[in-house]
Design a protein around this ligand. Structure first.
Ligand code: SF4
Length: 373
């Protein structure tokens, strides 16, 4: 039995429609989906595409995730930026136009403590109006402190919704706890995050069953956390240290169909597309449903300005050790290789040529009674 036949008759109309839209489709059917997805996107979001950039704070990690360059087993060059160095990265991005920054860090309580995260958030929130967080799962009270420090959005991807496969690819570390990760969006919502991003990493499991699980999670959260704005991301695996090969590669045609299905069944939900995808594909797919894009991204700490170079090291058993001689000219290792290497200005210009508009700022704490930046 194929998965779309296995959707429960008790599933909601939206989930049943979503499952039907994932069925194999002829070219003409996919073109009609794309046309309708584009129409729905313009109706709900106009021409606006919100721009953001990731700022990597640290590539230290105690987890062993087979698909990630930062996995503790990889002998990579690591560093955790000082708060002032994080600010330097943020200012560089601000000068390029960004007003929405996503702070990203691996999970390592020794180097990436909660106090450190709060300081980074507060320092970056003094520079730009919108700060999002993509870090290890936290307790509700800890999330509350992050919101208090100035973070307004939380991003947490389940990676795969298949519990058995999840156990196989998360070989060691706290991330092995599937349920703890699954509960993050709700804890974040209870703590006061106003925007929440969820997603799955495509390439780990068959894409249709993964997409269906993600849609079910999204539908549940839209009801449970009804005051929050939600986004979904559909990242596909990219090359990284450790040289993990996708077990279930997802082609561009399926990727297009998936994006259209999300747009048609969840018209009010934002869709994020990062620089994991190449320029030509991003330009083609953005009009069909994307509402948030990164541009000019670096996926290593200090990648924009060279901050942290003096503190580069390897980490072995939780201890920092000097770089091996043959690695001394290296910068910090990236989490994964990006595919769209255009500058933010080039991406904005491409959006404009396509009749869309790059929006750099759409939120200010003053709206909620904070100070204007
Ligand atoms: S995916 Fe996250 S938790 Fe896993 S190794 Fe990479 S940074 Fe660490």
């Amino acid at each position: 039995m194929t998965f779309w036949n296995s959707v429960s008759p008790a599933a909601s109309p939206a989930i049943r429609r979503f499952a039907s839209l994932l069925e194999p489709v002829e070219d003409g059917g996919l073109e009609r989906m794309a046309w309708e997805a584009s129409r729905v996107t313009r109706r709900h979001f106009g021409k606006a595409v919100r721009m953001f950039a990731p700022v990597y704070l640290s590539n230290e990690c105690i987890n062993s995730c087979t698909y990630c360059g930062f996995s503790r087993e990889n002998a990579i060059v690591r560093v955790t930026l000082e708060v002032a160095q994080v600010v330097a990265e943020a200012r560089h991005l601000k000068a390029q136009g960004f007003r929405s920054l996503l702070l990203v860090a691996g999970e390592h309580p020794k180097f990436v403590s909660h106090g450190y995260l709060e300081k980074c958030i507060a320092a970056v929130a003094a520079e730009v109006p919108s700060v999002a967080l993509e870090v290890a799962p936290l307790e509700t009270d800890d999330y509350r402190r992050m919101v208090g420090a100035g973070a307004e959005a939380l991003v947490v991807y389940q990676e795969t919704y298949d519990p058995e496969h999840y156990a196989q690819i998360h070989r060691a570390g706290p991330k092995k706890d599937y349920a703890w990760r699954l509960g993050c969006p709700e804890r974040g919502y209870d703590a006061g995050f106003r925007r929440i991003g969820i997603g799955a990493l495509f390439g780990l499991c068959p894409w249709r069953s993964e997409a269906l699980a993600l849609a079910r999670h999204l539908e549940y959260l839209l009801k449970r956390c009804w005051k929050a704005q939600f986004t979904v991301a559909l990242p596909r695996l990219r090359p990284c240290a450790g040289e993990f090969e996708p077990l279930h590669p997802m082609g561009d045609r399926d990727f297009t169909q998936l994006q259209c299905a999300f747009r048609l069944c969840f018209p009010q939900v934002g869709i994020v597309m990062s620089t994991r995808e190449p320029a030509r594909l991003r330009d083609a797919l953005v009009p069909l449903g994307v509402t948030m894009m990164s541009a000019g991204s670096h996926t290593e700490p200090g990648g924009y300005t060279g901050q942290g170079k003096e503190a580069l090291h390897h980490t072995v058993g939780g201890r920092q050790v000097a770089l091996a001689e043959d690695r001394q000219g290296d910068g910090a290792t990236e989490q994964f290789a990006i595919a769209d290497e255009r500058s933010p200005a080039e991406v904005a210009a491409a959006l404009q040529r396509g009749g869309l508009e790059a929006v750099w700022k759409d939120w200010d704490p003053a709206i909620m009674g904070g100070g204007l930046l």
